[in-house]
Design a protein. Structure first.
Lengths: 400, 279
């Protein structure tokens, strides 16, 4: 689906060498040497090596890696807070590494807003003045920028705090100010450098959720850096995995989890809570048998005993889910001589869409023991999930 | 076997240089002298024109506003003692010299401090010069001041400015260099120019440190202005100087106590300016 989307930033053959005389490190790399050998020979650190990828318009791209993998260097090369040694970074036909000082300032103002790990709020400015910073730098007139900043603060849930100073706010709230500062700027790309890593886990989860909602609403192109794979999988449309300054794998969260490119990625994903990744679709089994509303109780009972079922879903002719009947009520109805099962079926069951995360299903199983129905948006029955299948799926994912 | 090595005529060279400067730039020094003297006289006359209680009331009001009632009461008590000891006029003369010397020093020091913070090369050049200025015995500055500006208050200002400027430069540089790198990075990321970075981030954040430097400069200026009595600067210093020459310890201590009162007042006042700005 990504192939026909617009490319916002095109990165090609990007490398960064830390130290004097970087050419030497690049020459050694051409001979096939890796980061540790190059460092040993020259004292130069190959921070990034031959990085190529695209950022699509409106996507949330996560760059993830452990510390030292080069992810912070990479995000800083995009807006040239760190000068790349070689390579192209093209945004809207401008090649960022070739821009002169003035054009670079202009490019940063128009295209990039950044949110930092340690918030980097200005302690001498109020919350509102912080949110206005980018606009102030661009020379936006006072009443206009105040209006925009207030709107951005409202978006992140900080209305009423305009006149507070950053040190009066909790960590989570401070990062909301950081986010508001970025949103107010209305740049085309949002760069988030480990933006939630300094927050405690509960707040972090909330912020991830809010970022996703904002992202859905505004379709802002976002590059998000993290060392936390759970976070990457939770929010990323696509993930780039970095190791020792090189790309190990690019893919959707599911591709990374189900088809890890090598042992490094495999080891990485071992710790992931799979129940958040896998969905109802993964654990879904085809329905062995369904009943019709105008079937009689005895027909239905026979269908069930042939398939070894205790309960059966009832559908209409176009496979739309109507209800559920249980073996006990059916036997009762058969004794009473009822004609159809329409009047005895119950609505007391759970149905979920195919993309429902598996971990939400656990709670449903503790309420009801019936299989959970998986339905599409037309309420057509696609399959069922039984309790055992969920555990089985998780166990398999863990083995991979 | 002793090797005969001629004594380096360092002193002669310096004197030659100073003489050359004096004769070559006499026009400049005379102009500086005239302007400074006018400033000193103007401020001095203004402060003298106010009745004693008037100035006391103004200073007490300032103390109350920026600091506390306690400081205001202390200021009134201290100034009243100076008045009572009949040292009011010398105190005003000393205050005038301190104010003018500090103004000149700060006006020169802050841009220099900023420049040194932003350019490593300038930083490396300026720091040894500051060490020199601060460790050279203060009296030595008095000697060349006389051929430049003659005996009197202008020479006192010249020596005082040189002696008291270093902390203001150092603290300004320190304050700007102490601004956390992540804030500089944030300013850069949003496309701030060097000028915007300086005015919107670096200077406001270094203000408390800069104020501490100004406080130091004021204290050094006060001590130097007193010493400058030896080259004819009027004020409390000359009272002390006279007491020494006549061997009258009582007079000396009276004038000395007046200096202490003035010093404490200026120190507390500038410190509370600094704290007040921080909130």
């Amino acid at each position: 689906m990504n192939e026909n989307r617009n490319v916002k930033i095109r990165v090609r053959h990007l490398s960064k060498v830390f130290g004097n005389n970087p050419k030497k490190a690049l020459e050694l790399r051409e001979q096939g040497l890796k980061r540790p050998e190059i460092f040993e020979k020259t004292g130069l650190t190959l921070g990034l090596s031959d990085i190529s990828f695209d950022v699509y318009e409106g996507e949330l791209l996560v760059i993830m890696g452990l510390s030292g993998s080069g992810k912070s260097t990479l995000i800083r090369c995009l807006n040239r807070l760190i000068e790349p040694t070689e390579g192209e970074i093209v945004i809207d036909d401008e090649d960022i590494p070739t821009l002169n000082d003035k054009a670079l300032l202009e490019c940063r103002r128009r295209h990039f807003s950044m949110v930092f790990q340690n918030f980097a709020l200005f302690p001498h400015r109020t919350v509102q003045q912080n949110a206005e910073f980018g606009l102030e730098i661009r020379g936006v007139e006072k009443t206009e920028r105040s209006e925009i900043a207030l709107k951005a603060l409202k978006q992140v849930g900080l209305d009423g705090w305009e006149d507070a100073y950053p040190n009066q706010l909790s960590g989570g709230m401070q990062q909301r100010v950081g986010l508001a500062r970025a949103l107010a700027n209305d740049s085309t790309v949002l760069l988030m450098d480990e933006a939630f890593s300094a927050l405690d886990p509960l707040i972090r989860g909330d912020m991830q959720q809010e970022l996703l909602e904002l992202q859905h609403r505004m379709q802002k192109t976002t590059v998000f850096i993290t060392h936390d794979l759970d976070e990457a999988i939770n929010i990323g449309d696509r993930i780039i995995l970095l190791k020792d300054g090189e790309i190990v794998q690019i893919g959707t969260p599911e591709e990374i989890l189900t088809k890890p490119a090598d042992d490094y990625v495999k080891r990485f994903i071992e710790g992931v809570d799979m129940s958040k990744i896998l969905t109802a679709e993964h654990a879904m089994r085809p329905v062995r048998a369904t009943a019709r509303e105008d079937d009689g109780p005895r027909t239905t009972l026979r269908k069930m005993s042939e398939n070894g079922l205790d309960s059966i879903y009832v559908t209409s002719r176009d496979r739309k889910l109507q209800g559920l009947v249980e073996v006990d009520t059916l036997e009762q109805a058969a004794k009473e001589g009822k004609d159809t099962i329409r009047e005895i079926m119950t609505q007391d069951f759970r149905s979920v869409p195919p993309d429902e995360p598996l971990h939400n299903l656990f709670a449903m199983f503790s309420e009801r023991s019936f299989p959970i129905a998986v339905v599409d948006d037309q309420k057509r029955l696609l399959g069922v999930v039984v309790k055992g299948a969920v555990l089985e799926e998780l166990a398999q994912a863990g083995d991979n | 076997m002793a090797i005969e090595f001629p004594r380096i005529p360092l002193g002669d060279w310096i004197e030659g240089g100073l003489n050359w400067l004096t004769s070559e730039y006499s026009g400049v020094t005379r102009a500086i002298s005239r302007v400074t003297q006018t400033g000193i006289d103007g401020l001095n006359d203004a402060l003298m024109w106010l009745p004693e209680w008037g100035l006391m009331a103004i200073l007490a009001a300032i103390c109350w506003r920026v600091a506390s009632l306690r400081l205001a009461l202390g200021a009134v008590a201290g100034l009243a003692l100076i008045w009572n000891l009949e040292l009011w006029n010398p105190m005003i003369e000393t205050l005038t010299l301190v104010v003018i010397a500090t103004l000149v020093a700060v006006v020169m020091a802050i841009p220099l401090g900023i420049a040194a913070a932003l350019s490593t090369r300038l930083y490396k050049t300026i720091m040894p010069i500051l060490d020199f200025m601060q460790t050279m015995p203060a009296f030595v500055y008095l000697i060349p001041a006389i051929p430049f500006f003659g005996i009197g208050s202008v020479s006192a200002i010249f020596a005082t400015v040189i002696f008291s400027m270093p902390p203001a430069i150092r603290f300004t540089t320190l304050g700007i260099r102490q601004v956390p790198v992540d804030l500089i990075e944030a300013a850069d990321a949003y496309g701030a120019t060097r000028r915007q970075k300086l005015l919107k981030v670096q200077l406001p954040l270094s203000l408390p440190t800069v104020m501490a430097g100004i406080n130091q400069t004021i204290m050094l200026a006060l001590s130097m202005v007193v010493i400058a009595a030896m080259i004819g600067a009027a004020g409390l210093g000359s009272e002390v100087w006279r007491a020494i020459q006549r061997l009258r310890p009582g007079d000396g201590f009276e004038a000395g106590i007046a200096v202490v009162i003035l010093a404490m007042l200026l120190d507390r006042l500038t410190q509370s300016f600094r704290k007040g700005r921080k909130q």
